[in-house]
Write a protein that binds this ligand. Structure first.
Ligand code: AMP
Ligand code: ZN
Length: 497
């Protein structure tokens, strides 16, 4: 039986920590709202998936058989939360001279590559466009009791379900950001199930329906895909905190309309807070935004960003800064170097590392393997992640483990592997060389740097400080800072401005 006993998660529905009890014994089913693939995902968006992945990893680690879905919104999302405005996908297609389908495929590929770079395990990524028939069926099933038709499409009447908006803690008409731009809606918060293509226009993405040619509203896809892929009710639904206000209340309303009225579709709704910068929430509409590749271009390993996310609690705002990212990167480097030392001790003893199980360690398996001395650290680590995914405390437990010098290296590495199964930092396989990411605009190759450093070392050995200083200046001119006496023993780094 999985060790669910004390996994506590913050449920946005009740605004309380709740013990996790799965709907289906031994299983965990999780749905995370995925990206709208009309543009690149910024690093704020990626925080949402690092969070969802950490949750999934904790559930697997505790022995649940996990089914995780992150859907791909490749249709039906407008430029505002109101049901009017341009279709984002069609707008991007027009701007780039490509078909809406090509746009969606391209950005989906980039998204998936970014997930891989952040070690987000790859769950199922169903596309909304493959579920349009099912969305139409859902609309037909709820139309009579819960919807009304307007010239512009089919709308959901929020007064037909009990306690609309309880997730947002908002009364019927005062949800944030509601703009009554659709003529004829009965309540401001009513939303589109189907958006009819206006007379005389054609969309690249449109389908026949009982309400005319058009495209589905955004919210319906998540109700339909979560029901089909996970069954209602399922265990946990995740998303960014903005979804707590409109998208998820609307999903819940649709689920209530389709099934039993007390059923919100998922038992636990969890929301990550925003990544912010000095201007506020990082968002695509604000124009400039940071993508993972920008971080890599400036010399950061993608997992430095994962570390940055794990250092904060997912329910707290996290402010992005280059200094903060550099600090997270340094922390990752220190860990990698400590692991190197334990590996070296193991090699000295002529031993091989214990093979990790194919699916990665679970908590119980690791506990069974571990001798006495390291067990308390693993237990404390487990307690931290069980307290609503307190990864920042979990990281300090991991550092505590790495700092213990006299332990059997075999056991240390085993405990480390077990912890990293949750954190996903690749600590057993990352090497120093992997972390030396060359910025895009660097004017010098690593081989040239190493060569210059060798020459400098030789000069210093001969007390030829003039040559040594000249080499140092040469390197500095090319953006490489030589770090004599660097406590990390890193020798050099590329300058970050
Ligand atoms: P979107 O593609 O806009 O639907 O966003 C994808 C996911 O990223 C959703 O779960 C959003 O709630 C989340 N999200 C958007 N902006 C941020 C941000 N600045 N920080 C954290 N999560 C965000
Ligand atoms: Zn969704």
């Amino acid at each position: 039986m999985p060790s669910a006993a004390h996994l506590k998660l913050f449920n946005s529905l009740t605004r309380q920590l709740e013990g996790f009890t799965p709907v289906h014994e031994g299983e965990a089913r999780v749905y995370s709202c995925g990206p709208t693939v009309y543009n690149y995902q910024h690093v704020g968006n990626m925080r949402a998936y690092v969070f969802a992945d950490t949750l999934g990893r904790v559930l697997s680690w505790k022995g649940f058989s996990l089914t995780h879905v992150i859907n791909i919104t490749d249709v039906g999302h407008l430029t505002s939360d109101a049901d009017a405005g341009d279709d984002k996908m069609e707008k991007a297609a027009a701007a780039q001279g490509k078909s809406a389908w090509d746009i969606a495929r391209h950005y989906q590929e980039v998204f998936e590559a970014d997930l891989a770079r952040l070690n987000v395990r790859q769950p199922a990524h169903p596309r909304a466009t493959d579920y349009v028939d099912a969305m139409i069926e859902w609309g037909k099933a709820i139309e009579e009791k819960h919807c009304y038709r307007l010239d512009s499409g089919l709308y959901f009447d929020i007064s037909t379900v009990p306690e609309y908006g309880r997730l947002a803690r908002a009364s019927t008409d005062d949800g944030e950001g509601r703009i009554d731009t659709v003529e004829g809606k009965r309540h401001q918060a009513d939303f589109a199930i189907w958006r009819k293509t206006p007379e005389g226009e054609t969309r690249q993405m449109e389908w026949d329906s009982p309400w005319g040619k058009g495209a589905p509203g955004w919210h319906i896809e998540c109700s339909v895909m979560s029901a089909q892929l996970l069954g209602h009710p399922f265990d946990i639904h995740t998303g960014g905190i903005d979804h707590r206000e409109i998208h998820h209340p609307n999903e819940i309303a649709q689920n209530q309309a389709h099934g039993c009225s007390a059923d919100s579709g998922a038992r636990i709704w969890m929301h990550n807070n925003f990544l912010v910068d000095r201007r506020g929430k990082m968002s695509k509409s604000s124009g400039e935004f940071l993508v993972l590749q920008t971080l890599v271009d400036r010399g950061f390993h993608p997992l430095a960003y994962r570390m940055m996310c794990l250092q904060a609690h997912y329910r707290s705002e996290l402010e992005f800064s280059w200094e903060g990212l550099a600090a997270a990167f340094t922390r990752l480097k220190r860990m990698v170097m400590a692991v190197e030392r334990h590996k070296a001790r193991l090699a000295q003893k002529g031993e091989e590392q214990i093979e990790k199980p194919l699916e990665g360690w679970t908590y119980m398996e690791a506990l069974d393997e571990l001798g006495g001395a390291l067990r308390p650290i693993l237990v404390r680590f487990e307690e931290a992640v069980s307290e609503d995914l307190n990864t920042s405390v979990a990281l300090t437990e991991l550092e505590e483990l790495l700092s213990l010098k006299k332990m059997d290296p075999q056991e240390t590495l085993l405990a480390l592997a077990a912890m990293d199964a949750v954190l996903g930092l690749d600590l057993l396989t990352l090497e120093r060389a992997d972390l030396r990411v060359r910025p895009k605009d660097a004017e010098i190759t690593e081989a040239e740097i190493e060569d210059a450093l060798e020459r400098r070392k030789a000069a210093r050995a001969e007390k030829d400080f003039a040559t040594s200083d000249a080499i140092r200046d040469e390197l500095a001119a090319k953006g490489v800072e030589v770090m004599d006496g660097d406590p990390l023993g890193w020798d050099w780094r590329l300058k970050i401005d």
